[in-house]
Design a protein around this ligand. Structure first.
Ligand SMILES: [Fe+2]
Length: 282
C-alpha cells in the first residue's frame, strides 16, 4: 500500500503506569457516570448539553488529559501541503485490497497462504454528505485487531496470538453511489492501559481521505450490543447518545454472503448536523 494507516495500537495498548493499573473499572465507571449526568442536564434552551463530538479532555480516558490541545489550531495553506503529500489514483487501489480474508501472503508464493481465523464478516455502507449526496471515489482505509484482539504492531504486546494470515489492514474506493465494501474478520476486544482491566469494545478503525490528504478523517465503527460500551472511556467520551449510535453498525442479513460471512452495514455522514464523530487532529 502507498499509505500507512494510522494505528491507535500504540496509545491504546501502551504499557500502563502504576497509577493507571491502580485505578479500578468501578472508579472509571463512576467518573463516566458523573460526566454523563452533567451532560444530561438541560441547557437554558432546553437542549441536552451533551456534544456530538467527543470531549478532547475527558479524564476517564486517562491519556486524553495530556494529549488534548490547549491552544487554538494553526491554519496552514492546504495547497502547500498537497504539493508534497503523497497522492493516489484508481489504478493504485486493487479490488483485492478490500478483502482481508484472502490471507496475508496470498499471491506471494509463500508457503504460508492460509485464511485467517475468526468470524468472517462483510462490512458495507454508503458515504454521504450532509445533504445525503453520495461521495464517490472516496479512499476508505480500515485497520483492526484480529479475532483474538491483537494488532500487528510493534507496540502491541498483550499475549493474544498473532494470526499469520491476517494483516488487519485494507482499503477501497467508494463507487458512484458512495458505497464501500470490505470482507474481513470480526475483531476481538483487547486490553489497554487506561486503568486496571480496561478493555476496548470490538471496533474497526476507518480513515476517509476526502479529495485531499488535508481532509483526512479518522473514526471507529463498533458492533451492535457490545457489553463493553458502558465501560469504555473512549466510547463514553461522546456524551450524546445519538452520536454514539451513529458509530455502531447494524447487523443486516441482506449483507450476509450465503455459506461464507455475516453482514454489517455502517453508513457514514461526513458533514452537517448528522456528521459522525471523528478523532481530533494530533
Ligand atoms: Fe483500536
Amino acid at each position: 500500500m502507498s499509505t500507512t494507516p494510522r494505528t491507535d495500537a500504540a496509545e491504546e495498548t501502551a504499557v500502563p503506569s502504576s497509577d493507571a493499573t491502580a485505578t479500578t473499572q468501578e472508579e472509571i465507571s463512576a467518573e463516566i457516570a458523573e460526566i454523563a449526568a452533567q451532560a444530561a442536564q438541560a441547557t437554558p434552551d432546553g437542549q441536552p448539553s451533551g456534544a456530538r463530538q467527543p470531549r478532547i479532555d475527558y479524564p476517564p480516558y486517562r491519556s486524553s488529559i495530556l494529549r488534548h490541545p490547549t491552544k487554538d489550531p494553526r491554519h496552514v495553506d492546504p495547497e502547500t501541503i498537497e504539493r508534497v503529500a503523497p497522492c493516489f489514483g484508481h489504478r493504485d487501489v486493487h479490488p483485492l485490497e478490500a478483502d482481508l480474508t484472502i490471507g496475508a501472503h496470498a499471491g506471494t508464493n509463500s508457503a504460508v497462504s492460509g485464511e485467517p481465523i475468526g468470524e468472517r464478516i462483510t462490512v458495507t455502507g454508503r458515504i454521504v454528505d450532509g445533504d445525503g449526496r453520495p461521495v464517490a471515489g472516496q479512499l476508505v482505509e480500515i485497520w483492526q485487531a484480529n479475532a483474538a484482539g491483537r494488532y500487528v504492531h510493534k507496540n502491541e504486546q498483550h499475549p493474544a496470538p498473532l494470526d499469520p494470515n491476517f494483516t488487519g489492514v485494507g482499503r477501497c474506493l467508494t463507487d458512484a453511489n458512495g458505497d464501500y465494501r470490505f470482507r474481513t474478520i470480526k475483531p476481538g476486544p483487547y486490553p489497554w492501559g487506561n486503568h486496571r482491566n480496561a478493555w476496548r469494545p470490538a471496533h474497526i478503525h476507518f480513515s476517509l481521505f476526502g479529495n485531499a490528504f488535508t481532509q483526512r478523517l479518522v473514526t471507529q465503527m463498533y458492533f451492535p450490543g457490545d457489553p463493553l460500551f458502558a465501560l469504555d472511556p473512549i466510547y463514553q467520551a461522546i456524551t450524546d447518545q445519538k452520536a454514539r449510535d451513529a458509530l455502531v453498525a447494524t447487523y443486516d442479513h441482506d449483507r450476509t454472503v450465503p455459506d461464507f460471512s455475516m453482514g454489517y452495514r455502517w453508513d457514514i455522514v461526513l458533514t452537517g448536523s448528522g456528521r459522525i464523530w471523528t478523532e481530533p487532529e494530533k
